[in-house]
Design a protein around this ligand. Structure first.
Ligand SMILES: [Zn+2]
Length: 215
């Protein structure tokens, strides 16, 4: 039973890697995107406050996010391994994440950071489509959908995000770079950082991940 935090720029394929861990090793996939949407559907009071931010594309304040996350994690099976995906958005959230793990009786085994060059990120993202309903991602080369243009999971028509244009991608990578550095430094100091080059194929990355996590 492991507890792992995953980070990586968009285009690094981290969601695909976590999905493989869910399928093969029964990990619980815990992220804030699904939390905000699902709790909003359930008319949770804090989620209605959070909606004011995320629906406009703004970051939800740290305290609010973590107050919700502390309740959200109770839905997951504590006897399974947990994969947290991008739940530490800035260095200020590290103590809040520490606190959440303590409250949940979990010990953080590793922080996996997927790294990718700018060129590779642009190449990947410009060929990417997403499902606007369930957020599943597809890629013309690496992970095509089975029925062209429609989501495998829920059948919704796939779209290309406006954000997936080279100039927007470059800007996003720069912002990501600036926020991830202090986070990576902190976990490196703690001796639990695992960096993985995300440029090989999905299968190769998966094998390296399994080996480094000792699964
Ligand atoms: Zn879908």
């Amino acid at each position: 039973m492991k507890t792992i935090l995953f980070h990586g720029p968009s285009g690094s394929g981290k969601d695909t890697q976590v999905e493989l861990l869910v399928q093969k090793y029964e990990f619980e996939n815990i992220g804030t995107g699904e939390m905000f949407r699902r709790m909003y559907k359930d008319a949770d009071i804090e989620s209605i406050k959070a909606y004011q931010y995320w629906s406009k594309g703004h970051f939800v304040p740290n305290e609010l996010t973590y107050s919700m996350l502390n309740r959200w994690v109770r839905r997951f099976d504590i006897s399974k391994s947990w994969a947290f995906v991008s739940v530490v958005r800035d260095a200020g959230q590290i103590p809040l994440f520490d606190e959440l793990l303590k409250n949940s009786g979990r010990h953080l085994d590793a922080v996996v950071h997927f790294t990718l060059s700018q060129e590779k990120a642009i190449e990947r993202m410009s060929l990417r489509k997403i499902c606007p309903y369930c957020d599943a991602t597809y890629h013309q080369i690496y992970k095509p959908e089975s029925v062209s243009g429609y989501c495998d999971k829920c059948g919704t028509k796939l779209i290309q995000r406006e954000d997936d244009q080279p100039e927007k991608i470059k800007l996003r990578l720069k912002v990501y770079e600036n926020t991830i550095v202090p986070i990576v430094q902190e976990y490196s100091k703690r001796g639990i950082l695992i960096e993985i080059d995300a440029s090989p194929s999905i299968e190769e990355i998966h094998r390296e991940l399994i080996a480094k996590l000792g699964l």
